[in-house]
Design a protein around this ligand. Sequence first.
Ligand SMILES: Cc1cc2nc3c(=O)[nH]c(=O)nc-3n(C[C@H](O)[C@H](O)[C@H](O)COP(=O)(O)OP(=O)(O)OC[C@H]3O[C@@H](n4cnc5c(N)ncnc54)[C@H](O)[C@@H]3O)c2cc1C
Length: 383
Amino acid sequence: MEFELTQEQKMYQRAVRDFCEGELKPYAAEVDRTGELRWEAIRKMPELGLTGLQVPEEYGGAALDTISVVLAMEELGRACGSTALSLAAHNGLCCAPLVKWGSAAQKEAYLPRLTSGETLGALALTEPGAGSDLAGGVRTTAVKEGDSWIIDGTKAWITNPKYAPVIITLCRTDKQAGNKGFSMILVEPETEGLTRHPPEKKMGVRGSPTQMISYDNVRVPLDHLLGEEGRGFYQTMETLDGGRIGIGALSVGLAQAAFEESVRYAKQREAFGQKIASYQAIQWMIADAALEIDAARLLVMRAAWLKDQGKPFSKEAAMGKLMASEVAEKVCFNAIQIHGSYGYSQEFPVERIYRDQRLMTIGEGTSQVQRMVIARRVVEEMQ
Ligand SMILES: Cc1cc2nc3c(=O)[nH]c(=O)nc-3n(C[C@H](O)[C@H](O)[C@H](O)COP(=O)(O)OP(=O)(O)OC[C@H]3O[C@@H](n4cnc5c(N)ncnc54)[C@H](O)[C@@H]3O)c2cc1C
């Protein structure tokens, strides 16, 4: 396995970092405070492919390899957690399934709009009563009537509906068929009967809109089915495998940002007549952070590399996401410790980064779910 980046990947990383440092990082506190993404920046993102990371070029995307996606997501996370989350959901949860399973007409209808920098896509799986256990808990139904699907139900905690030209919706299309009774359906948010509720008031990633959606007798044409009828559960699992690489990289970025802030602070803050960076207690936190961020980054990269090789990567994506999100929690916790009272103040970025990273052990599968995925694969492999 080769981990050295190609010249092209290094140049892309540099370009995305420069963009994020100029267009996102200086505004991250404002995005958090106002609860609004900075569209001035998002509109410039197509130039770097950020709004269509793995979308074919014919639809306005950048058709990048997954290693480059990891590089981009880390830089976005390092600069602004809210923007990074919305972009992770847009690319990993909405564009990816459209590219994979969309018909030519569906791709033509939505991908150019999704990559334009004017919209952000959404995938609606979770419901008020179903998160980790989608197969057991999803109640949203889609029933065929003439030339339409009629959708009824409620989705909760969905990223980006406010800005989405299309919401991919996981529906139960056959109540008797178990895991084979789900389908993904493309729903335009303006469709009659669909209500996007106001964004949730959240602990972190406050600029990224998270909304409940109600579907009340929502009628969409039959050809809005994404892929095959009855494959929705399996499409979901496959989509989440890829999405977890993005969330893993985003978590590494958040950890990296908190780490850089704490090293900078420790080098200038004095106590007992010395810079606090000279004390071993602080150095050990710094050393552990450096080590664990690198380990997490490498795990996420391995999953991306496997995906690019066309090899199975489900277990490795779960490992990368689990490790990176838990490392982010620890690194951000210690970043506040190193800052003392100042870390608890909104004047310093680590306070926001700590709140933003807290989501990462929950979204796209909790840490407990990642452990279930890993354990299942390990047990299978050992037979
Ligand atoms: C900011 C934000 C953005 C989100 N964006 C999206 C989105 O775009 N699209 C979307 O569909 N969803 C989205 N979600 C929802 C998210 O994916 C779910 O919240 C997550 O999957 C967990 O589901 P839950 O909240 O229902 O928790 P539950 O499934 O109710 O879990 C509660 C607790 O029980 C644990 N648990 C559950 N089952 C087991 C088990 N078998 N063994 C051990 N422990 C278990 C969980 O790990 C967790 O600790 C978002 C959530 C947030 C907060």
